[in-house]
Design a protein around this ligand. Structure first.
Ligand code: AMP
Length: 382
């Protein structure tokens, strides 16, 4: 599908917004399907259809108006995606989303293909949760199987009582109980796979989370090059095993001995790949566009060391943040997502700091955080 064509985007969040910016830059039209009007992606699109994800009639109408469909949001009912796939090509294929939108299925897929994952069990009742948590040992982590993201539906379990309480709070038919991983750091690799099966990886990013939400990414990651190579190799093999055409993000834990465990997959651009918008020859959003439109992939080459810092709603607690103070460093690039409603924990934007060396980028990001929030960054590592 060549420039001038229309891409259909399901989901209207910030990932879609940055996708739409990339698509419009290359001369495509974008139609967005998203339940709430005036969405971050809708603001950039040629057309925004505001309807629930299970409105099959509206989805079909949307599908008839576009040449190819992709998505930026994982919690779309798979029945909806199957339905639009009858009208218009969907990339990645709906089966990929079906696996990745459920932690139990995702872990089963990874295990079946021999990829390294943390020890885990699927549990379906409070009693089972308590018994399996005791058998696994404390601490461990309970996560909802479906519809979890950004730490939602996730809790650390310190006792059998915690396990029953966490089960009740999840209010879901199924959960995954996972061993606690004592990691040295977290990494992710975003890659893109085209129709011919070629895969290109962005350099791994080193990710620091706060309250289970990504806080910042450092690229290049401060890890042994052999660990970076291994992470890229695993990402490529997972993309092939899943038969993804599009973008795939693979999150890893790096254990203290340097070995890797796959934590999560996302068959779409990922927060930890936002650095690519400012720091790579081709961004993850342009790779998504190129791969779903059947164009050759671009170069994911890193042009500059970079640190990406997320801006959550919390940054607005004393009113509008001091943007001129943030931007007083000319190497800071600000991205805001056009969300009018501010909520604590809501991803409102991010910034990237580009510097000649990784060390300088980390220091400049710390200074930028201090200018914006008037506080120092906590130490990066345990
Ligand atoms: P997830 O939603 O699975 O990506 O989890 C969000 C974050 O919670 C991860 O990036 C980790 O920082 C933390 N986390 C999740 N699972 C575990 C685990 N099994 N052991 C230690 N930390 C975890």
């Amino acid at each position: 599908m060549l420039p001038g064509g229309t891409v259909g985007l399901i989901g209207g969040g910030q990932l879609g917004r940055m996708f739409a910016i990339a698509a419009r830059r290359m001369g495509y039209r974008v139609h967005t399907f998203e339940p709430s009007p005036d969405s971050p992606a809708g603001q950039i699109s040629d057309k925004e259809i505001a309807a629930p994800y299970d409105d099959l009639e509206k989805l079909e109408e949307f599908a008839r108006g576009v040449d190819v469909i992709t998505f930026e949001f994982e919690n779309i009912p798979s029945a909806s995606l199957e339905r639009v796939a009858r009208v218009c090509p969907v990339r990645p294929r709906p089966g990929v989303l079906h696996i990745c939108q459920n932690r139990a299925r995702e872990k089963e897929f990874l295990g079946r293909h021999g990829f390294p994952v943390a020890a885990h069990r699927t549990v379906e009742s409070a009693a089972e949760a308590a018994a399996e948590a005791a058998a696994m040992g404390f601490p461990c982590v309970m996560k909802t199987a479906d519809f979890g993201y950004d730490g939602r539906g996730q809790s650390k379990i310190g006792s059998a009582v915690d396990a029953s309480e966490a089960w009740a709070a999840l209010d879901a038919p199924r959960a995954v109980l996972e061993e606690w991983v004592d990691f040295r750091c977290e990494l992710s690799v975003v890659c893109a796979r085209d129709e011919s099966g070629r895969v290109e990886c962005f350099p791994p990013s080193e990710n620091l989370h706060r309250n289970h939400i990504l806080h910042r990414s450092v690229v290049p990651a401060r890890i042994d090059p052999s660990v970076a190579r291994e992470a890229e190799l695993l990402a490529v093999r997972i993309a092939r095993a899943l038969d993804v055409v599009g973008v795939l993000a693979v999150e890893f834990f790096v254990r203290r001995d340097g070995t890797l465990l796959v934590n999560e997959l996302a068959p779409r651009p990922h927060n930890s790949g936002h650095f690519s918008f400012d720091a790579c020859a081709t961004s993850q959003f342009e790779q998504q566009l190129r791969s779903v439109c059947g164009l050759p992939l671009g170069s994911p080459r890193l042009m500059s060391p970079v640190v990406m810092v997320n801006l959550l709603g919390d940054a607005w607690q004393n009113g509008e943040p001091d943007w001129p103070a943030l931007l007083s460093d000319p190497d800071v690039k600000l991205h805001l997502y056009g969300k009018s409603e501010v909520r604590a924990g809501r991803k409102m934007g991010h910034f990237c700091v580009l510097k000649p060396t990784g060390q300088e980028a980390v220091e400049a990001a710390d200074e930028a955080v201090a200018r914006l929030f008037g506080r120092a960054e906590p130490a990066d590592r345990a």
